[in-house]
Design a protein around this ligand. Structure first.
Ligand code: NAP
Length: 293
């Protein structure tokens, strides 16, 4: 049976993810806030809509990939939002990285209108989105997860059902804690190398053969060496993710000192006007701490 699919939010991640759904043969209705963001999808056969409401009216399953918690709330609950158009029995899948607490409230609100929700944030960056190799962390009912899984398989290779609504976002927060501290670690190692008179490029090469190897050392490390900070994953979105981590940790009463430190460095980058750079620009914050040395 043909399933009509909706996709809202066509930025660095949303565009290639939606294109992979089209390649899978699914009829796609799309909405991008900037009309021009819909052009590549239209060229690939998608139908462009004037609002999230119009997408949800046409679709049995509507994916959302926007920036922050309040953006998802606006897309779902706002004027001409998903809730105004979606029929009972349809499914909303939020793939943005947002607050687990707000996610649970949104799922409850949608359920009151008979609409199912999954949270399905991703890891793997732009290249993972383009190649259909993302890692997906999914929260929601297992029978709804099973229904959406074939579509998830067009976008990702590792798809894990984490538990009830919000569990996907909690897992993504774990991902951001581990990834942030690794980026910080690589940035500090390269700064240490430079001050020691050792070539950081050779340090990267040597470390890639040992226990300190990681995708972050490989990819972000190369960007740091090249000073190529085209996003990628923007500093302002990384700052948003650590805000979610710290707020949730605050609510639970747990200490995450490493994450708190990286959050401060991201704040400093935003203050220096570097919010639209790739988050590998964390190395700039560490370098500036050591200027003159
Ligand atoms: P992006 O390139 O900035 O795209 C975000 C898109 O959302 C833009 O097209 C934007 O529209 C749209 N949008 C934002 N607020 C909206 C609103 N209120 N109403 C309608 N549309 C709205 O960001 P991205 O890198 O694709 O990231 C999207 C999400 O995925 C974020 O939650 C991010 O944390 C997460 N993520 C990103 C990566 C990565 O490597 N980039 C990896 C994993 C997860 P406009 O074009 O009009 O601004």
């Amino acid at each position: 049976m043909t399933v009509n699919i909706g996709f809202i939010g066509l930025g660095i991640m949303g565009k290639p993810m939606a294109l992979n759904l089209i390649k899978g043969g699914y009829p796609l209705w799309v909405y991008g806030r900037r009309v021009e963001s819909m052009a590549p999808l239209r060229a690939a056969g998608a139908r462009a809509c004037a609002s999230p409401e119009e997408v949800a009216r046409a679709a049995e399953i509507t994916f959302i990939m926007v920036s922050d918690t309040q953006d998802v709330e606006q897309v779902i609950l706002g004027p001409k939002g998903v809730l105004s158009g979606a029929k009972p029995g349809t499914i909303v899948v939020d793939m943005s990285t947002i607050s687990p607490v707000a996610t649970r409230s949104l799922a409850t609100r949608l359920m009151e209108s008979g609409i199912e929700m999954l949270d399905a944030p991703v890891s793997g960056g732009e290249s993972g989105a383009v190649d259909g190799l993302l890692s997906l962390m999914v929260g929601g009912k297992s029978e709804i997860f099973d229904r959406v899984k074939p579509l998830f398989e067009r976008m990702g290779k590792k798809i894990v059902h984490m538990g009830a609504n919000g569990a996907g976002q909690a897992a993504k927060a774990c991902n951001q804690i581990a990834a942030s501290l690794t980026i910080e670690g690589v940035a500090e190692a390269f700064t240490f190398a430079r001050r020691s008179g050792v070539d950081p490029g050779r340090v990267r090469e040597a470390l890639m053969g040992g226990f300190a190897n990681s995708r972050i050392l490989e990819l972000h490390g190369q960007r740091m060496l090249d000073h190529d900070f085209r996003p990628g994953f923007k500093v302002r979105l990384h700052q948003k993710d650590l805000r979610i981590v710290m707020e949730t940790a605050h609510q639970m009463g747990i200490a995450l000192p490493g994450s708190a430190l990286v959050a401060q460095h991201l704040n400093a980058l935003i203050g220096s006007g570097e919010g639209e750079l790739d988050s590998s620009a964390l190395v700039n914050a560490i370098e500036r701490l050591n200027e003159g040395r």
